[in-house]
Design a protein around this ligand. Structure first.
Ligand SMILES: Nc1ncnc2c1ncn2[C@@H]1O[C@H](COP(=O)(O)OP(=O)(O)O)[C@@H](O)[C@H]1O
Ligand SMILES: [Mg+2]
Length: 201
């Protein structure tokens, strides 16, 4: 099934390419314009702002809470019925330490508030929290794709793997533009998008 999109594209491969190109341009703009500073750090509203920023030209559901239940593998994300309550709870979760921040990130992944694009938007959101609260960000280039995805699959049950994996990749280069752009490319690579380099768009 192909997602309904504003570009009126009906070919899966064509849609994936257009989505990658346009949303990576937006990610670049998010950083270069300074709009990233407007994100409400650690709140669902901040995540929705990022999601809308990246995907508004592509999907009608950009920045909007999903209205369908979704699953990946055999894991069902939060049921639509409980999503509102879950997001309120996550907003109130503490975010002072690295462990608290990752626990909040894991809960946001379990919520999976959007129809698509949760992984990419939420990793930007995570870095915003880390940056503000502990003055570090993840160097995603130091996080292996298969290890990351396995740790995220495991995270609703046990978060030790994802904590260890992200901790060893922390860096103090919180305002480094090249690191941000590279991070976007790696984040997209996790999800199967690797046609374009953000820096070159
Ligand atoms: N089985 C799973 N259990 C929990 N989380 C998962 C599972 N599979 C994938 N994820 C998480 O979901 C993200 C992908 O969600 P998705 O909405 O498709 O985002 P995107 O469109 O950016 O790829 C992955 O990056 C990972 O963090
Ligand atoms: Mg996806």
């Amino acid at each position: 099934m192909i997602l309904e999109n504003k570009l009126h594209i009906t070919d899966q491969i064509e849609l994936a390419k257009a989505e990658e190109k346009i949303s990576k341009q937006k990610a670049k703009q998010l950083f270069d314009s300074g709009d990233i500073e407007k994100v409400e750090v650690g709140k669902f509203a901040g995540l929705a702002f990022i999601h809308a920023y990246l995907f508004a030209d592509i999907y009608p559901f950009a920045g909007k809470i999903r209205e369908v239940n979704i699953a990946k593998g055999n894991f069902g994300f939060a049921r639509v019925m409980y999503l509102g309550a879950s997001l309120k709870h996550i907003d109130a979760m503490p975010q002072s330490t690295f462990n608290q921040i990752i626990e909040k990130y894991v809960e946001m992944n379990v919520a999976h508030p959007f129809r698509e694009g949760n992984g990419r938007a939420t990793r930007i959101w995570l870095d915003g929290i880390l940056k503000k609260e502990i003055r570090q960000v993840v160097d995603w280039n130091r996080v292996d794709k298969e290890e990351y995805l396995a740790a995220m699959q495991r995270s609703p049950v046990k978060d030790l793997e994802i904590k260890a994996l992200l901790q060893q990749a922390l860096t103090d280069q919180i305002d480094d533009r090249a690191l941000f752009m590279k991070g976007i490319d790696v984040s997209y690579y996790y999800e199967g998008y690797s046609e374009f380099k953000t820096e070159e768009l």
